[in-house]
Design a protein around this ligand. Structure first.
Ligand code: EPU
Length: 419
């Protein structure tokens, strides 16, 4: 297994290209099986999760090929409707195939994803909504079995604006009979990108990006599609925080201001100078980062996927700050590891209180999930001495060659074989 070794203290400088969004690509791949035309998807990041989704689709008889960052999917004929446990357990987002399989084939058997490192993460709202569209749902032997001759449009109100839930329902509704309205829908840019893709396939969707999405069902989606995935706003946010924590000047290539929601204003409050020019963003980190409180919330609020990285930043800020994590129950796994590096953090239920220290010190630490891994890398970039991060397979699920990108910016970082 590999580990990442960082010798902290090197300033960063230069331009980094932001990859396509993982969380936009995954539902778009799943959506391709709604139609029978070939789909050419550009700006697809080279990540383990993307490869996992391709393997799941292969089980349905859907072939895909990839050349650099372009993925071509051929969904003309589906030969199976089952997403098995051995694949779904490695990636929760596999559950996104439920809606499209059900809508296209009238049946689907998808393993329940189970819990994960950041909490139990139920999928009850996905199932309830599909039932409201007329699906018969049974949960048996760890699998969700869904069937419906043809789904029927309905008004579906979500208790929480679940991202993948909104996506699953929106995809299923594209082929339903009549109109579906999703109330309290997720407004994330990834949901909007999925709607754009579906509309290119021939779907009739409006309201995406607001909390009410309307879908007029059509009989079939036949058009071949070409689409470029939006930039990864979490990767972009991670590099912005890298500039802050190392007090550096960085330019991010391939981003748009809409990517950031409240992250931009929070960074500015913490002392960043940020400028946008076309699809570039330049950030200058301050000499001393100001302590700023954040509360995670759905888009456009502060994303839970940047909470761990923000904690690393606040660990070296000038003052005390509070983080309130409202999205997931168990998303402070990075805190104990940051504390091994000298961070002063107190956890109280949903909240973390972080007292900034003048410096962190390098240590051997363990990554627990994707975003926690990124937080440890950020801490390693400023820590005095050597930081070794183990269990970095989490990183490869969601950050495309992060160590190479950071190295090109001047970081002393390496991936080495861990014997
Ligand atoms: N929830 C329910 N019931 C449901 C669905 C969700 O109670 O049926 C709860 C969840 O337990 C959670 C909250 O609702 O407390 C919000 O979860 P949501 O469903 O929005 O999360 P998700 O769709 O499973 C996506 C991203 C996550 C990201 C969250 C929140 C993808 C593939 N995943 O997950 O990304 O943290 O939205 O923004 O889009 C990551 O990339 O590291 C990652 C975890």
């Amino acid at each position: 297994m590999d580990k990442i070794v960082i010798r902290g203290g090197a300033p960063l400088k230069g331009t980094v290209t932001i990859s396509g969004s993982k969380n936009a690509t995954l539902p778009i791949m799943a959506a391709s099986i709604l139609g029978n035309g070939s789909c050419t998807i550009h700006n697809v990041p080279d990540l383990v999760d993307i490869a996992t989704m391709a393997r799941i689709m292969e089980r349905f008889g859907v072939k895909s090929e990839r050349e650099n960052h372009t993925l071509t999917i051929h969904p003309a004929k589906l030969t199976s409707w089952e997403a098995p446990y051995d694949l779904v357990r490695t990636m929760r987002a596999s559950f996104l195939v439920l809606g499209p399989l059900l809508a296209r084939l009238g049946k689907a058997r998808v393993s329940l994803p189970g819990g994960c490192a950041i909490g139990p993460r139920p999928i009850d709202m996905h199932l309830k909504a599909l039932e409201e569209l007329g699906a018969r749902i049974r949960v048996e032997k760890g699998y969700v079995e869904a069937s419906a001759r043809r789904l029927k449009g309905a008004t579906v109100g979500l208790d929480i604006p679940t991202v993948t839930g909104t996506e699953n329902i929106m995809m299923a509704a594209c082929l339903a009979q009549g109109r579906t309205v999703i109330e309290n829908a997720a407004r994330e840019p990834e949901v909007v990108d999925l709607a754009e893709f579906l509309k290119k396939m021939g779907a009739r969707i409006s309201g995406e990006g607001s909390s009410v999405i309307t879908i007029e069902g059509v009989k079939s989606l036949k058009r071949p599609v070409e689409h470029a995935v939006i930039p990864d706003r979490v990767e972009a946010g991670t590099f912005l925080i890298a500039a802050m924590i190392t007090r550096s000047r960085l330019t991010l290539q391939g981003v748009s201001p809409e990517c950031f929601g409240t992250v931009e204003s929070k960074l500015k409050e913490a002392g960043a100078r940020i400028e946008f020019h076309n699809n570039q963003c330049t950030i200058q980190g301050p000499r001393l980062v100001r302590a700023e409180n954040i509360t995670t919330s759905p888009y456009p609020g502060f994303p839970t996927d940047l909470q761990a990285q923000w904690m690393a930043l606040m660990a070296v800020a000038g003052g005390t700050s509070t983080i309130t994590e409202t999205m997931f129950e168990n998303r402070y796994m990075q805190a104990a590891e940051l504390m091994r590096m000298g961070a002063q953090i107190k956890l109280r239920g949903q909240s973390a209180v972080i007292k900034g220290v003048p410096h962190l010190s390098g240590a051997k630490v363990m990554a627990s999930d994707l975003r926690a891994s990124a937080a440890l890398i950020l801490a390693g970039l400023v820590a005095r001495g050597k930081t070794e991060i183990r269990r970095i397979y989490h990183l490869d699920r969601g950050y495309e060659r992060i160590e190479e990108k950071l190295k090109a910016l001047g970081a002393r970082i390496e991936r080495v074989k861990d014997r």
